[in-house]
Ligand binder design. Structure first.
Ligand code: FEO
Length: 167
């Protein structure tokens, strides 16, 4: 694998682990305001982002590359409201989508069609992530200050069960 591709994939491993850390900070925030369903939903995100990071790590090694290890940025730890937290996620996931698009640009630039095919999985994943979070943001905006609506949504999000996607 070309060095440029390998370095970019390694940076993405770091970014996915940062995402996992950010969602862990959100889980803690939701626990602190006793919205245990939202907290449980965040745990699913924590595991999913860790899975994404490891999936790229494995791919780098499968291609004969070597991981690089850098510091993981400190995430925000406090939000003004559940809506503010989910709006943060939506903005964050849109940035992640841009990063995946940039990775695909690099794959095409260095004519690494195998890496491009590998990254296509992440493009589909991002469409799903943005749609899911966008819907939660819409619902929270509709709920506004109605606490019974918030508790209902919290209970619904708490039903999330994380299972590892098939390879
Ligand atoms: Fe790994 Fe939420 O993207």
């Amino acid at each position: 694998m070309k060095e440029k591709m390998e370095n970019a994939l390694n940076r993405q491993v770091n970014a996915e682990l940062y995402s996992s850390y950010l969602y862990l900070a959100m889980e803690s925030y939701f626990q602190s305001i006793s919205l245990s369903g939202c907290a449980k939903w965040m745990r699913g995100q924590v595991q999913e982002e860790m899975f994404h990071g490891i999936k790229i790590y494995d791919y780098v090694h499968e291609r004969g590359g070597r991981s690089q290890f850098e510091s993981i940025d400190k995430p925000e730890t406090q939000w003004a409201s559940p809506l503010a937290a989910f709006e943060h996620i939506l903005a964050h996931e849109k940035k992640v989508t841009e990063r995946i698009n940039d990775l695909i640009d690099i794959a095409l630039e260095v004519r690494d069609h195998a890496a491009k095919a590998f990254l296509d999985w992440f493009i589909i994943e991002q469409v799903e992530e943005e749609a899911t979070v966008g819907e939660i943001v819409d619902r929270l905006r509709l709920i506004g200050n109605d606490s019974s609506g918030l508790f209902y949504l919290d209970a619904e999000l708490g039903k999330r069960v994380f299972s590892l996607p098939a390879k």
